[in-house]
Design a protein around this ligand. Structure first.
Ligand code: RB5
Length: 148
C-alpha cells in the first residue's frame, strides 16, 4: 500500500501520479489534499508519515511545490527515508543505495511525463542489500540530535 500525500503545490501532479498508479494496478491510500486551496505541507504530511511508521503503508509518494518542504517534514520521522528525486537516476539510487521508502516530487519542478518515469523507477527498483549501504542506513540514527 502506497501512501499518497500532497499540498496545493503538488495537487495537479498528484492527479497524474494517481492515474498512473491506477493504470499499473497499484494499491494506494490517499491522504489528500483533496482541494487546490492553500494548505500547510507539515500538517498534510503527518498522517501519511504516521501510516508508514505504523506499517499500514509500506512506502509513499509525497508531492509539494518544490518537494523540499514535504521532504523536510517527512524526514523528521526516524521511520522515513524520503528522497526528493528530479530524474530516474536519483530514483534508482534512492532505492538501491538509500532504501528510500518515500519518493518526493516537486509539482512545480518536474513534468508529468518525467514524474511518471521517476515513479516507475522508484517502484520497480529494490534495495541492493549491500553491506556498505546497510551500514550507512543504520548510521542515520546516529545523526539525530536534541538541542532543546
Ligand atoms: C507552496 O507554495 C510551497 O511553498 C510548497 O508547496 C513547497 O514547495 C514548500 O517547500
Amino acid at each position: 500500500m502506497i501512501a499518497l500525500v500532497c499540498d496545493h503545490g503538488g495537487f495537479e501532479l498528484m492527479k497524474s501520479v494517481r492515474a498512473h498508479l491506477d493504470s499499473r494496478g497499484c494499491a494506494y491510500k490517499d491522504f489528500g489534499t483533496f482541494a487546490p486551496d492553500s494548505c500547510d505541507y507539515p500538517t498534510v504530511a503527518k498522517p501519511a508519515v504516521a501510516a508508514i511508521a505504523a506499517g499500514e503503508c509500506e512506502n509513499g509518494i509525497f508531492i509539494c511545490g518544490t518537494g523540499i518542504g514535504i521532504s523536510i517534514a517527512a524526514n523528521r520521522s526516524s521511520d522515513i527515508r524520503a528522497a526528493l528525486c528530479t530524474d530516474t537516476f536519483m530514483a534508482e539510487m534512492a532505492r538501491a543505495h538509500n532504501d528510500a521508502n518515500v519518493l518526493v516530487l516537486g509539482g512545480r519542478v518536474v513534468s508529468d511525463d518525467d514524474a511518471i518515469k521517476i515513479v516507475d523507477k522508484f517502484l520497480d527498483t529494490g534495495f541492493s542489500g549491500e553491506d556498505r549501504h546497510k551500514k550507512r542506513i543504520e548510521l542515520l540514527s546516529h545523526v539525530i540530535t536534541r538541542s532543546h
